[in-house]
Design a protein around this ligand. Structure first.
Ligand code: MTE
Length: 321
């Protein structure tokens, strides 16, 4: 079979198109995953990957609760930012064309062994499924509060086994102009890229979401896996991740490449550092007309501030856009 002559990270896009290839791909990805992961096959073969993830809703972690009401589910799933499908907030119907299962994820760069595996096999290997209630603050000054399901991103490190010199984790969204009409707009630097330091990856708050409101993630919110970093502006929380790359050079993210003075690498929420074109002092709660004060690090100061105390940064403002 054609697929066998390829190395794991050379999976063709066409493998996602028909149902029979689709099933073969899942099986094949799983095999590639075993080889790459070096895990006992029984760990991952117990039931299908789908059934294993079907444990929604996962137990809620009481350490991550909220000071405000949850956003209405319909609001959070119909008012979304996903530029691959257009620059309006009302693109959720267009994302139906995206096939999020199976979903090939490549792990490469400074790792012991590069691998490509199915997203569900990856999150199962990472483990630690739970639900967390988090605030989310978009750089555009709207905010929501939602229950994410998923796993700590720190658990990626035990699967990927990065080399000692790796300093950053670069993440990339899928690239497919046939599925995502926004990617035909050549003035954007597709694919969408985001990155964190390894210390940020290891932070207790950093989460890889697989679900929202106790169900698998809807496509428009970033199925099958999306990053959640609640102390940073929302553009950091990259959706529909298809590649994780460990590197020793600071990656340039999608928005940073477009407008480096407006959307920086660190993007930590700070009400006192305005965006060049608007204030960040308050935020509108999605689905309401209510504005509330924005909090430093979006209210997560205790968990994250220590990571930024000793960085070699000339202008501290750099941390907050
Ligand atoms: N990820 C990708 N791939 N493409 C995007 O356009 N938008 C970002 C982020 N992740 C975006 C993305 C922005 S600006 C925000 S505020 C959040 O996704 C929005 O997440 P939500 O639509 O689930 O609320």
């Amino acid at each position: 079979m054609l697929i066998k002559s390829r190395r794991s990270w050379e999976l063709p896009e066409s493998a996602a198109t028909s149902e029979d290839v689709f099933m073969n791909r899942r099986e094949w990805l799983r095999a590639a995953g075993f080889a790459g992961l070096g895990l006992a096959a029984s760990n991952l073969m117990a039931g299908s990957a789908l059934a294993a993830i079907g444990g929604y809703p996962f137990p809620q972690n009481g350490a991550y609760t909220l000071d405000r009401a949850l956003t209405d589910e319909e609001e959070a799933t119909t008012y979304t930012n996903f530029y691959e499908f257009g620059s309006s907030k009302n693109i959720w119907r267009k994302t139906r064309k995206m096939v999020a299962d199976p979903w090939a994820v490549t792990i490469d760069g400074m790792v012991e062994e590069e691998m490509t595996l199915d997203a569900e096999d990856l999150v199962k290997a990472m483990g630690g499924f739970e639900e967390r209630l988090y605030r989310h603050r978009c750089v555009e000054a709207w905010a929501m509060a939602v229950p994410w399901s998923g796993v700590p991103l720190a658990n990626l490190l035990k699967v990927a086994k990065p080399k000692a010199g790796a300093k950053y984790l670069r993440m990339e969204t899928f690239l497919d102009k046939k599925v995502a009409p926004g990617q035909r707009q050549g003035w954007y630097p597709w694919p969408y890229v985001e990155a964190l330091t390894i210390e940020e990856v290891q932070n207790e708050l950093t989460f890889l979401a697989t679900g929202l409101y106790g169900k698998a993630l809807p496509n428009q919110n970033g199925a099958p896996i999306r990053l959640v970093t609640p102390w940073k502006y929302g553009f950091k929380s990259i959706k529909s991740i298809a590649r994780f790359t460990f590197t020793d050079e600071r990656p340039v993210s999608f928005w940073e490449e477009l407008a480096p003075k407006e959307y920086g690498f660190w993007a930590n929420v700070n009400p006192n550092i305005p965006h060049p074109r608007w204030s960040q002092a308050t935020e509108r709660l999605l689905g309401t007309d209510e504005r509330v004060p924005t909090l430093l690090f979006n209210g997560y100061r205790d968990q994250v501030e220590g990571m930024y105390a000793k960085l070699p940064i000339n202008d501290p403002r750099e941390l907050y856009y």
